[in-house]
Write a new protein. Structure first.
Length: 339
């Protein structure tokens, strides 16, 4: 009958109008707003450098072109920030947390102090897959991995905090390769460890990003000893891979799960649980668009910061897959990371 609208069509049209209105509201939401990126480490390290670069470019990829600023909340290897983001920061899409991704699997391993559920965060992605490499100062007197293996006293290495990538890598190579190591943890960030190495307070560390150390590496003041990554960095083709030095299949599996799998989530950018899905989607798209932005990439190249992004969906899958790992393997990782 002419002039009569079928109820189903009317309902569908209503839903479409509501969806369009919600989309328009999301598009307008960020106009005149300020987004905070909170970094869980002190200024000057890789996390801080990436966040400040991202803050200079991501705003133009968000409808409304909001202002983006960076704050630092160092402490407990960025665990303070992770806990705050989970329960104390409003999930309005205006605050992005940048804490170390190894904390996410730390929950599964019963890491002390964790007060979040990693499966409930909203992940935007990470700008780079890290490449862990362990270095010692020239002043340590250790010239290569063989000399380190033969050292009669433990080599003192600087760490950031329980559950961080730096500490995890140090603990893994100590356990799987039998390297003599004394872990001195508690530094606020990699820039602080660099200063401690320069002063002789520690002999070196394991790092995921070369930026803070590049001048010292170029000058030969610190020496790459072993790479804890699936493949060698083209810059250091002769520096051995930890996976190739491991003597047993169990040791190789621990390196793969404990370090290699962690590399894709180390520098993740995260929103509080409960953030509206439309704002999550918008910010995920803006994050990926920033990773392809020519001006951002030029800045990264000048700063010698690598860009090899991992999407928010990929990070989310990795985290959920961690909760399906074999109990025996998790037990061994727990012993390595927290004893």
């Amino acid at each position: 009958m002419r002039g009569v609208v079928h109820p189903f069509l009317a309902a569908s049209a209503g839903l479409l109008l509501l969806a369009a209105a919600a989309s328009a509201a999301t598009q307008d939401f960020y106009k005149g707003k300020t987004i905070r990126i909170i970094v869980g480490f002190s200024p000057g390290g890789a996390f801080d450098l990436y966040s400040r670069a991202i803050s200079r470019h991501i705003g133009k990829h968000i409808p409304g072109n909001p202002t983006v600023m960076v704050e630092n909340m160092p402490g407990a290897g960025s665990l303070i920030l992770a806990n705050q983001l989970f329960s104390a920061i409003k999930p309005d899409g205006l605050t992005i947390g940048n804490f170390i991704g190894s904390l996410l699997s730390g929950q599964l391993l019963d890491q002390t102090g964790i007060q979040f559920d990693a499966r409930k965060f909203e992940y935007l992605g990470t700008p780079v897959r890290n490449h862990s490499i362990c270095i010692l100062s020239k002043g340590s007197g250790v010239a290569n991995i063989d000399a380190w293996m033969a050292a009669k006293t433990p080599i003192k290495m600087g760490g950031i905090g329980q559950g961080t990538t730096t500490d995890n890598v140090i603990r893994v190579i100590r356990a799987t390769l039998g390297l003599p190591i004394q872990l001195a943890s508690g530094y606020k960030g990699m820039s602080d460890i660099r200063l401690a190495t320069e002063s002789g307070e520690v002999a070196g560390t394991c790092l995921a990003f070369r930026t803070v150390w590049q001048k010292a590496l170029d000058a030969g003041e610190v020496i790459p000893m072993v790479q804890v990554a699936p493949k060698a960095d083209p810059i250091y083709p002769k520096v051995p891979l930890a996976i190739n030095l491991a003597k047993t299949e169990e040791a190789r599996k621990i390196i793969e799960v404990g370090v290699h799998d962690d590399s894709a989530t180390s520098l993740t950018y995260t929103l509080p649980p409960g953030t509206a899905k439309d704002r999550v989607a918008l910010l995920r798209n803006a994050f990926l668009d920033t990773m392809k932005d020519s001006e951002f990439l030029a800045e990264m190249k000048k700063a010698m910061l690598d860009v090899d992004p991992v999407t928010g969906a990929e990070v989310e899958k990795i985290i959920h897959d961690h909760f399906k790992l074999d109990a025996a393997l998790l037990g061994k990782l727990k012993d390595i990371f927290y004893k």
